[in-house]
Design a protein. Structure first.
Length: 102
């Protein structure tokens, strides 16, 4: 029992020393900057146009509310169409469903 108690105290002492050591380090990190130019904006197209442009199938989900507005956007990276964003909305209810297919 005494050995277990000593091991516990030694472990707690090591944790305290490690915490103090980490707090006393005076390293400053570089501020994060994003100097890259933003990519091209997403193109809003019809669902049929999106299906023709992307190399993967676009399956529409069963939406759990009445859809009053729908939009489809294609997200482009490096000249290829990598993702499609489908948005379903009901303005009266204030309900939105946004899906990103990649």
């Amino acid at each position: 029992m005494k050995l277990l108690k000593k091991a516990l105290y030694l472990g707690m002492l090591c944790m305290v020393l490690a915490s103090l050591s980490a707090c006393l380090q005076k390293t400053e990190s570089e501020p994060v900057t994003d100097d890259s130019e933003p990519g091209p904006p997403a193109m809003e197209v019809s669902l049929q146009e999106a299906e023709a442009k992307v190399p993967f199938p676009i399956r529409q989900p069963v939406v759990p509310f009445e859809v009053t507005e729908q939009s489809t956007r294609i997200l482009e990276t490096d000249g290829t169409y990598d993702a499609v964003e489908l948005t379903y909305a009901n303005k009266e209810e204030g309900t939105n469903l946004i899906l990103l297919i990649h």
